[in-house]
Design a protein around this ligand. Sequence first.
Ligand code: F6R
Length: 235
Amino acid sequence: MSAAVADAVVDRLKEVPSAVLMLPTGTTPLGMYRRLVGMHRSGELSLVEATFFNLDEYLGLPPDHPASYHVYMKENFYGLIDADPARIFVPNGAAEHPEAECERYESAIREAGGTDVCVLGIGRNGHIGFNEPGAPFDSRTRVVRLSESTRRVNAGDFESESAPECAITVGMATIFESREVLLLASGTNKAAAVAAAVEGETSESVPASMLKKHPNTTLFLDEDAASDLGRGVAG
Ligand code: F6R
């Protein structure tokens, strides 16, 4: 799965070295990042012309907080490749005025010409970015309240064993406007969300289901994440 999605990203970068990428954090994309870093190290891949936007960041975490997505991205990707720091964007969770930060972030995406490739993970509840169930399909970058289930799943990343209550996330419409979407899912704990997104109704209660309406979306699933497909279990 990681190799296939890394190859898809590299294909786009070969066509358009200045591509604008939107990227996720979490466990699922780690293999993809490892592979891209390996290709960079062996001289096969330069990312110097690309622009990077992250999907989300916890509200209230400064960029040097060990559980922040700034640190995750630096340690797993941006710090290991030849990315131009001027073209790396991660929402500032510690901004004094979070609403203004969201507007600034959305404008930066617009000024970059929108995103060419958006790589997504999926939450067990079907979230994409931190667009939790119920997120409006026309939403933009904004402050959101995380669901209790997402906070529980992510609590282990925090010394306090408690995840922040809120985050900044790009919106559903912002994701939808990406010219290409690649969604990754691995493990049985994603099987129900994948089946609901693919085979259930298109509904704001399963954010990833919106991607059925997107003209250029590909799902990269391991067997476990695909194991509920075709069984008629989706609502
Ligand atoms: C993180 C993000 C989230 C994750 C999702 C899956 O930037 O946007 O939507 O992709 O919560 O996380 P993992 O991969 O840890 O299961």
